[in-house]
Design a binder for this molecule. Sequence first.
Ligand SMILES: [Zn+2]
Length: 284
Amino acid sequence: MLNGRFLASRFAQLLRGMARNDNFILFLLENNCTSRVDTYNMVYKTSGIVLKRKNFGEADRVLTILTERFGKISAIAKGSRKIKAKLLGHLEPFTQVNFQFHEGRNFYIVTSADIVHNFENIHNDYQKTTRAFYLGELCDKFLESDEKNIEVYRLLSSALEYLEDNNVDLMLRFFELKIIEASGFKPALRECVHCRKILTAGSNFWDQSEGGIICSDCQKKFQHGKKISDGVIKLLRVIEEKDIENATKIKQDNKIEAETEEILDLYIKNILERELKSKRMMKQ
Ligand SMILES: [Zn+2]
């Protein structure tokens, strides 16, 4: 007859076998079961984009990486500042990399990194670099650690690809609106956020604390909101429906673009409760 200890050891064996399987690891991660498999020293594989890095100790670096499979993570690259380190140069901000890492006590530890796309044009152009930093800071601040968000990963990846070959302001507005939506703050652009009445052209207001447009009746009643022009509403609606290639082709006059930037900026500051450093840097 099988005793309890034998069954437990068979189960542990089975678990170890399954833990080698990618899907099972994903299942455990998605169900917050990582502590059960810590002891197996698993290697994780994913592509990711380095958002930022800082020096740590004598020769190590702490990286914030937006990964495809695990969301935003903090990972340590040991010895990555030593000239001989193979990882050096593969871990610059805005480099898309195939990573392997495993779990350490406080951080994930990067064990290998192979460049998929190094976005050379972005790194060689000051304005593009400051814009990429802004996109990276938006991702960093909008996402919680270890929260999977494939939409934001794809958004950043496509925005960097676009920025590599193009440079138009509307790409930033596109990115802002899409990351707001992908983070669960989709603004009401078609009906009043208070009374749900379908908006009509003419007299509407932007209410960043409510997350959308309010009608003039509600504005009179609640006495808040900033006037928003019909051109801005139209632009936001069009951006919302298009992909990056088509959204950036929309012809706009500068006044509408500037107002759209201001409206999105108010909303972002309200959601994040802070001003982004990179936004100031980009404006200088
Ligand atoms: Zn209303």
